[in-house]
Design a protein around this ligand. Structure first.
Ligand code: ZN
Length: 90
């Protein structure tokens, strides 16, 4: 799936509310101003999990939100989603 197609899907899901529109707000933790409240970790057990952005299996990263919700993405799709969130919140 090409990047433009993934980007379009992500935009549609942001509009529909399927994907959160904004990266969780940055923390105010001293000395770590750029650390998001959500966190990303590699998880080798999710190789067959569908990506929240493009629906293809093989999601590689899990993104956990402060409310406990977990979204899984391909590394590439995660970056696209992040970029779209930044665009839409600017
Ligand atoms: Zn994907």
């Amino acid at each position: 799936m090409d990047k433009n197609t993934v980007t379009q899907r992500i935009r549609e899901r942001l509009d529909a509310g399927t994907l959160p529109r904004a990266i969780p707000p940055l923390t105010t933790e001293p000395g770590r101003p750029t650390t998001p409240t959500g966190h990303i970790k590699a998880d080798t057990g999710i190789a067959v999990v569908r990506c929240a952005a493009c629906d293809e299996p093989g999601a590689q990263v899990a993104y956990r939100f402060p409310d406990g919700r977990i979204l899984r993405f391909h590394g590439r799709c995660h970056r696209i989603w992040e970029g779209e969130c930044e665009r839409s919140s600017a």
